[in-house]
Design a protein around this ligand. Structure first.
Ligand SMILES: Cc1ncc(COP(=O)(O)O)c(C=O)c1O
Length: 379
């Protein structure tokens, strides 16, 4: 059997990782400023994380959600404290798409309605309703097409007001659009969503799968706007590479047995990973570090020729060039051994480092980036 060939792959085989670095099988070292799609939050193979997962596996790795697993409540308590949502309830699942599926399903159960508003350049996952709410026709199969999703222009309050009525079950928006190219919703746009949701009895879902867990310099990016969505979804940085995702649910939305469920969600290993991540985020002040180092990176990028715009909050950084950035990204990887990310906006480079990245590591990137940009400009 061969692998189903759906991924364009770099010809690199990482075999070891530590902090913000990876090594391939030939011993070549790489600086990782992308964390495998924004997943690495506390750094690769953090010792506390490794110890916690190893110890857990030596005790018990799995049982299903048919028995008491007190660690799940411990995780919920820690997450409530870290995020400021201690009055919310937590549903644990396995991936970002699954978290959004459950969020949308829950909004529909709760309101009894089925129209969902999503926005241009959004990305919410590749399954069922998550992909239907994603603004990329090329990944929506005929079976996923539905008239229940209404796409509106991002950050357009008038369009939102005009589209809203009693039929809307939910609005789904990323805390910061990631795949779309690091597009930040204005504070007033988020506030308008919340206000209209309240007015028309709809649910505000904030997808913090990429922008959450401290990356923006606050625990959740939407917290810059001082709004409290009814549902918040998390994944990626939550497990630092171990698949785990969560749906944070307002106490207004009541649970009923069997309304949601999963076999693997909330298993011992996933929960151990997620607890380790929160412990490290707290003990190493990583939310503050993300804000500080993010500001430093943006300050170091000022004035570099060829940059059209920098869009950033904390360590979620989009560098939009005047031209497509594929060459710059490839040269950074092949000649300077630095991983960066792309976006659906072809001119935008996404920089999503671990939250404990250092200024020295940022300096390495900025120096390499300047060199690559100079060479690009000569051509
Ligand atoms: C904002 C956002 N939502 C949802 C997803 C889907 O997550 P997953 O790939 O874990 O299903 C992603 C993945 O990139 C994402 O960035």
């Amino acid at each position: 059997m061969k692998l189903f060939d759906v991924y364009p792959l770099f010809n690199i085989t990482p075999v070891k990782a530590k902090g913000s670095y990876l090594w391939d099988e030939k011993g070549q070292k790489y600086l990782d400023l992308y964390g495998g799609h924004a997943v690495i939050s506390i750094g690769h193979s953090h010792p506390h994380y490794v110890a916690k997962l190893t110890n857990q596996l030596n005790e018990i790795g799995f049982y299903s959600n048919s028995v008491q697993i007190p660690m799940q409540q411990q995780l919920a308590t820690l997450l409530g404290q870290a995020s400021g949502y201690d009055d919310y309830n937590l549903f644990l699942c396995n991936s970002g798409a699954e978290a959004n599926e459950n969020a949308i399903k829950l909004a529909s159960f709760h309101t009894g309605k089925k129209k969902i508003i999503s926005f241009s350049k959004s990305f919410h996952g590749r399954t069922s309703m998550a992909v239907a709410a994603t603004d990329d026709k090329s990944i929506v199969a005929p079976v996923n097409e539905t008239e229940n999703i209404i796409f509106l222009p991002f950050n357009d309050e008038k369009a939102l007001e005009n589209a809203f009525d009693e039929q809307i079950a939910a609005v789904i928006i990323e805390g910061i659009q990631g795949v779309g190219g690091v597009n930040i919703p204005t504070e007033s746009f988020l506030q308008k969503i919340k206000q209209l949701c309240q007015q028309f009895g709809a649910i505000m879902i904030c997808d913090e799968i990429q922008s959450g867990y401290g990356r923006s310099g606050k625990f959740f990016a939407h917290q810059f706007a001082n709004v409290r969505p009814d549902i918040i979804t998390t994944a990626k940085g939550m497990g630092n590479g171990f698949p785990v995702a969560g749906v944070l649910i307002s106490p207004e939305i009541k649970a009923k047995h069997s309304m949601l469920g999963t076999t693997f969600g909330g298993n011992y290993l996933a929960v151990a990973a997620a607890i380790a991540v929160l412990e490290v985020i707290k003990s190493e002040n990583l939310v503050e570090n993300a804000a500080k180092i993010g500001d430093y990176l943006v300050s170091q990028l000022q004035g570099i020729e060829g940059i059209k715009e920098i869009r950033a909050l904390g360590l979620m950084v989009g560098i939009e060039l005047d031209t497509p950035c594929a060459n710059v990204r490839n040269t950074l990887l092949k000649e300077h051994f630095i991983f960066t990310g792309s976006a659906s906006n072809k001119n935008t480079l996404r920089i999503l480092p671990a939250l404990n990245v250092t200024t020295a590591e940022i300096d390495i990137f900025v120096e390499a980036f300047k060199q690559v940009m100079i060479t690009e400009f000569e051509h």
